[in-house]
Ligand binder design. Structure first.
Ligand code: PLP
Length: 446
């Protein structure tokens, strides 16, 4: 902005100033995919054209868009209490929401630490792990173990334990003392699987190798997504998470599940840990907690971890970490209304009961041009397309554009995979529409 005149609300809509995150800025600004309104299962372009939301925004609008109950809760909260600090003060709704989230989490995970995003949730969990060992007099446990192809947001902690090279390679040496498990995908053994692949549990034993290399006494925690999402949907092999849990127990390592996208019904249960029958020591959440309506994230923590911090003089702060907006009143109000809606409409159970229909429908795309693999689990699907020679990611990007502009469908891409994660309120007819529009896009980029 070079002009000294005050900017006006009626300025022409110049797309230049906004540096868009995780976006091909130049391509977008030539041909913007603009969204100006949403309702239930649909987005609307400024010209009124409806776009079916095949991605719940960014894996977050699990209840669909602009639900009146959530809108009303946010409006009422803004009028009643816009902001109150949660450092040394509190407001009622944040305590209510913590109890509600703890009640949804597996037994033993009773304490909730709030943040504003998945990235902050992850960094909070990693810091809790390090500090936990420290307050117990086990402060040499400083190593953090992530996994190849993992995504844990964009903070320095998250990219350090994450396993996506474009997110890491520009940012220096990252956190010291981090190691990675191998990822769990193998097309030869797993192609076209519905749900958890049978092959791959043995990959958890790589944690034994890492422990042997570094010694358990130096390792604080392991963090994994129970189902890796951002690198193209990699459901855990049958028995894999159980094996990780057993190895963590054997060596006293904390197990953190990053459930930023799997939390709040995506896999047909409140958390993926419930679906897979494995209880970690901490769960990171975000996105679905408010159905995307107000930013919020957090960590559900085992009570014994919290208890370890509760010592020293009572006036003393026990954990030196938090965000100005941890448990913001608008987010807390939105979260409570969202959890009410999930319960009233039975949306987690709905996702579970729709899973076989969803899987059947999406797997019908097998055989279309360039389709190399399809994976489905819960209300999630990834369709791997063959990359164009010398233009990795282009085929999926062209399919995304085709779906948006020609068919009115929002899809996501991960490399040359198309990823579908619709709101949990989707109907069977709309699942049919998602699949039909995806097929058109795949054919268009053949
Ligand atoms: C598993 C996982 N962790 C963390 C994040 C980061 O969340 P945010 O973008 O809210 O920081 C994401 C975002 O997609 C995610 O999928």
């Amino acid at each position: 902005m070079t002009s000294t005149a005050a900017p006006h609300a009626d300025m022409p809509n110049d797309l230049d100033s906004f540096w868009m995150p995780f976006t091909a800025n130049r391509a977008f600004k030539k041909n913007p995919r603009m969204i100006s309104r949403a309702k239930d299962m649909h987005y609307y372009a400024p010209d009124g054209r409806a776009i079916l939301d095949g991605t719940a925004g960014l894996w977050c609008a699990n209840a669909g868009h602009n639900r009146p109950k959530i809108v009303a809760a946010i409006q009422a909260q803004a009028a009643e209490l816009d902001f109150a600090p949660t450092f040394q003060f509190g407001h009622p709704k944040v305590f209510q929401l913590a109890s509600r989230v703890a009640a949804l989490a597996p037994d033993g995970l009773d304490q909730v630490f709030f943040a504003n995003s998945g990235s902050e949730a992850v960094d909070s969990a990693l810091k809790i792990a390090l500090a936990y060992h420290n307050v117990r007099g086990d402060g040499q446990r400083t190593r953090l173990i992530g996994r190849e192809r993992g995504y844990h947001g964009v903070g320095f902690g998250g990219i350090s334990v994450g396993g996506m090279s474009p997110n890491r390679k520009f940012f220096g040496a990252l956190l010291a003392g981090v190691d990675h498990l191998p990822h769990t995908y193998n097309r030869e053994h797993q192609a076209f699987t519905k749900g958890e692949p049978a092959w791959g549990a043995h990959l958890a034993d790589e944690l034994e190798r890492i422990v042997a290399l570094h010694d358990a006494s130096t390792i604080a925690a392991i963090i994994v997504e129970p189902m890796a999402g951002s690198t193209g949907v990699l459901p855990p092999p049958v028995g894999y998470l159980q094996r990780l849990r057993a190895i963590c127990d054997k060596y006293g390592l904390l197990l953190i599940f990053d459930e930023v996208i799997t939390g709040f019904g995506r896999l047909g249960a409140a958390f993926a840990s419930e679906r897979f029958g494995v209880t970690p020591d901490m769960i990171c959440f975000a996105k679905g907690i408010t159905s995307g309506s107000v930013p919020m994230g957090g960590v559900v923590v085992r009570k014994s971890i919290y208890d370890a911090f509760m010592k020293g003089p009572e006036h003393g702060i026990e954990f030196f970490h938090g965000y100005t907006y941890s448990g913001h009143p608008l987010a807390a109000a939105a979260g409570l209304a969202t959890l009410d809606l999930y319960a009233e409409e039975g949306l987690f159970a709905r996702a579970k009961s729709l899973e076989p229909f969803w899987a059947e429908a999406v797997h019908s795309l097998k055989g279309l041009p360039n389709v190399l693999d399809i994976r489905t689990i819960g209300l999630v699907a990834a369709i791997d397309l063959a990359s164009k020679p010398d233009a990795v990611g282009k085929r999926a990007y062209d399919a995304l554009n085709h779906a948006f502009f020609e068919s009115g469908l929002m899809v996501r891409t991960a490399g040359d995979s198309l990823v579908l994660t619709p709101p949990l309120v989707i109907s069977e007819a709309q699942i049919g529409e998602v699949v039909e529009k995806t097929a058109r896009a795949i054919n268009a980029v053949a």
